[in-house]
Unconditional design. Structure first.
Length: 88
């Protein structure tokens, strides 16, 4: 298992648009990814599960996968989480 940490940059947290962009990136990667906040984990390909974590601006989350060859995928997802999509 490999993992990365990311700080949520979106001013609204992982809600609506930022969560949708993240989930779409996970889906496009074809990799099973889990996102964890404060000990609660969610399937990163489910927008409802991701939003239910309640990750706010500035929260640190962990994303992980059992695919040890998916380091680049996780790096890309960190970039997605650390972008304030509402400022774009």
């Amino acid at each position: 298992m490999i993992s990365r940490t990311a700080t949520i940059a979106a001013t609204v947290g992982l809600h609506a648009r930022p969560a949708s962009i993240f989930v779409n990136a996970v889906d496009e990667s074809g990799t099973d990814v889990t996102i964890t906040l404060d000990g609660e984990s969610a399937d990163a390909s489910s927008i409802l599960e991701v939003m239910s974590l309640g990750a706010a601006h500035g929260d640190t989350v962990t994303i992980s996968t059992d695919d040890d060859a998916a380091g680049d995928v996780l790096d890309n997802l960190v970039t997605v989480l650390q972008t304030d999509w509402d400022a774009e």
